[in-house]
Design a binder for this molecule. Sequence first.
Ligand code: ADP
Ligand code: MG
Length: 263
Amino acid sequence: MTAPSTSPPILPPSVPLPGSLSGSLPGPTPAGSIPGAAPVVELVDVTRSFPGPPEVQALKAVNLRVNAGDYLSIVGPSGSGKSTMLNLLGLLDRPSVGEYYLDGASTALLDEPQRAAVRGSKIGFVFQAFHLLPHRPVLDNVMLATLYSGVPRREREERARAALERVHLSHRTNFLPGILSGGERQRVAVARAVVASPELLLADEPTGNLDKTTSGEVMDLFEELHADGLTLIIITHDLAVADRAQRTVRISDGRLTEVTHAR
Ligand code: ADP
Ligand code: MG
């Protein structure tokens, strides 16, 4: 992919991407968003091809805008491109063609350390399989997410305790993950995802390993985080989970379409 020479300036990793870059973005401001504020996420004609052979176009000319404070769910059958999409949004992968603007700034020219820094400061991840360290207590699992943040240990611990309080797990800080229920483990993973105060939370099948009741608890938690102003993008097979978002898009064979909620 060749980046246009007119890309917004690339910032050093320590500098947050400013919303003020939005002034340079083309296109109308969508209804409901703050005038002049860039969308948190903007994909412009994004295609992701895996060379093969045979070549697979996992995403085909996808356009997507997600504004600050939005709550979006992404549905689609297995193999349709959902995780490919999440990897791109989380700066774990790059488009083959097209542009990804995060907070109005092009991500095309960011090198790996810059991408890691943006990930660390702006994006939280929650996965289906929790990915907790089994031999470390809950508090450590959450604290480890801020290990490279440059924040002193004492403050990291305070933040981790606050994140665990946010997910209603203050009474489990010294437990090992293995003795927690599935729902509690996923809540630890959510605490870990929000401990660095990201603005965007990406979740890939976050309720995939949970029963209906615990799944509901985790969804309640996402709703609380959304009410606090976090921008949420949740991938799910479960239409009941998808329906709790404000807005749903469907991916089918790499193509994205808007889904109109019945309500
Ligand atoms: P989903 O998450 O919706 O199940 P994925 O995004 O994982 O789908 O995959 C979309 C398509 O891209 C599938 O056909 C998959 O086989 C293919 N794919 C995903 N990752 C790779 C890769 N690293 N190399 C080759 N093909 C891939
Ligand atoms: Mg997937």
